[in-house]
Design a protein around this ligand. Structure first.
Ligand SMILES: Cc1cc2nc3c(=O)[nH]c(=O)nc-3n(C[C@H](O)[C@H](O)[C@H](O)COP(=O)(O)O)c2cc1C
Length: 319
């Protein structure tokens, strides 16, 4: 298998909204091209396609990490052809570059990272760690705001209000139902076993099976040490959102490599009023993309696996 094909396969592990994996790759010679698969966009949750771009940006970053870890230098071009908006990026091999320890540790985190929606423990996430994550996010072209203790209530209200509004929307319920009840062969969607049943939390997480019991109990930890961070960017233009997705991947892989568990909260951004509250948390200096929860979860087995699509459906190699 070529390095580009290996990179495209590594990218399949990237997180994506509802595990839609809304991308495809075309590999020609020394170049891999990333395409948005708009047939996989969530038409109710993600009307504007923001979450699709973030998901594809995460896949792009996973591919870059795989190439770097295998000693390849690459030139990346975002949205290279205005006439073809579905072409999100091209990655062209430009030579060799010795893999660093950091490259290797991010790469090995790709298969160890999972969304873990259970409550995290009391151990706080160190300031130094948050500083490292902020720097990585900024290097990728986005920004990170660490939610301050006095802001957690607003975040909790946002997540609660958004969760209730979505649950009351029949179109949302239908879309959620579709992506949590996928036949095995599709290799996508969120298995109910990876959700957690609602419980008393500092900040509620998405209920993937409203009205029926989910896979995991939320756990008996209380999210006391959990850090909540808002990933944000300058605009909601596709290029900024793609950079936001790359930043998300950089943050999650580094956090995983450093022993942190994580999961994402985007419902608070999907609904207008909660989104407005989250914009307030970042003092209105940008557009909020996502909230990430980070924390320590001692001595428990990882959550059940989430499926991935058949690489043959995602990767085309043009001889
Ligand atoms: C843009 C985006 C938005 C997401 N929103 C949520 C969310 O609101 N709640 C949640 O629990 N997970 C969320 N996720 C995580 C996905 O559900 C998860 O990545 C997917 O199911 C694959 O599982 P994995 O992360 O364990 O590989 C989001 C992921 C992305 C990339």
């Amino acid at each position: 298998m070529t390095a580009l094909e290996e990179a495209a396969r590594a990218a399949q592990h990237a997180p994506s909204v509802f595990n839609t994996q809304p991308w495809s790759w075309r590999i020609t010679g020394d170049t891999m091209s990333l395409f948005a698969d708009s047939s996989r966009r969530l038409t109710t949750v993600d009307k504007e396609g923001r979450l699709l771009y973030l998901s594809c940006g995460a896949a792009l970053h996973h591919a870059r990490v795989a190439l770097a870890a295998s000693g390849h230098a690459a030139a990346v071009s975002l949205l290279p052809d205005p006439a073809e908006p579905a072409l999100l990026a091209t990655v062209r091999l430009t030579g060799t570059a010795e893999a660093t320890e950091a490259d290797r540790s991010l790469f090995s985190a790709i298969t160890r990272r999972h969304s873990d929606r259970r409550s995290f423990g009391d151990r706080p996430v160190p300031e130094d760690e948050l500083t490292v994550l902020r720097r990585l996010v900024e290097e990728a072209g986005a920004y990170l705001h660490v939610v301050r203790p006095e802001q957690v209530t607003d975040l909790a209200i946002s997540a609660e209000v958004a969760g209730n509004a979505e649950r009351d929307d029949p179109a949302y319920r239908e879309e959620l139902d579709r992506w949590t009840n996928r036949p095995d062969f599709t290799g996508d969607g969120v298995p109910p076993a990876t959700g957690v049943s609602p419980g008393l939390r500092r900040v509620p997480v998405r209920d993937f099976t409203p009205g029926s019991p989910s896979g995991m109990p939320p756990g008996d930890l209380h999210d006391k040490g959990t850090a909540y961070v808002v990933l944000f960017g300058r605009t909601e233009e596709p290029a900024d959102l793609l950079r936001g997705g790359e930043a998300l991947s950089a943050l999650l892989l580094r956090a995983t490599a450093d022993g942190l568990s994580s999961s994402l909260i985007s419902d608070a951004i999907e609904v207008e009023w909660p989104r407005h509250l989250i914009r307030g948390l970042i003092a209105g200096i940008g557009e909020p993309y996502l909230v990430v929860r980070l924390g320590y979860l001692p001595d428990v087995p990882p959550p059940p696996p989430t499926p991935r699509r058949d690489p043959r459906d995602v990767i085309t190699i043009v001889e």
